[in-house]
Design a protein around this ligand. Sequence first.
Ligand code: FES
Length: 177
Amino acid sequence: MVPPPVPTRLTVNGQEHRLELDPRVSVLDALRDRLGVTSVKKGCDHGQCGACTVIADGRRILSCLALAVSYDGAEVTTAEGLGTVEDLGEVQEAFVERDALQCGYCTPGQICSAEGMLTEAREGMPSHVTSDVSAQGPVRLTAEEIRERMSGNLCRCGAYDHILAAITDVARARGLV
Ligand code: FES
């Protein structure tokens, strides 16, 4: 039996949308199929590749694993919300400067994930490689920290060294290196 649709409100890149959604629909499918936000990519659809990463209420999430109805009322930011072609966001600009992409399929997810991890580091959230998890204040983003924190975002083209360079540039500019 098909479950009845559930009214769901999502604010995407500052624009509010009121949807009637099957409760099984993911944030990813709501964004792509209902709202036409196509920077968000369906890679594995199993939470393993990170291509679908978006920022929801300030935290990066894997949108393929998130049910849209459970994000009712959330503020969602995708790569489109982080800058425009004429006015790139800081991370986007760094990716261009450092040539941190090849085919580009993983790039919107990489950029959302980078924004999310920079916020997490600034707020002092430790990772698996943070040596002192009891330390207060922002986490210093070494190459090891950045690699670990971005390890959920796969790049089949292998642009990892350039992605690392781009994120390091932004981390340095934000006083996190
Ligand atoms: Fe092609 Fe990352 S740039 S998958």
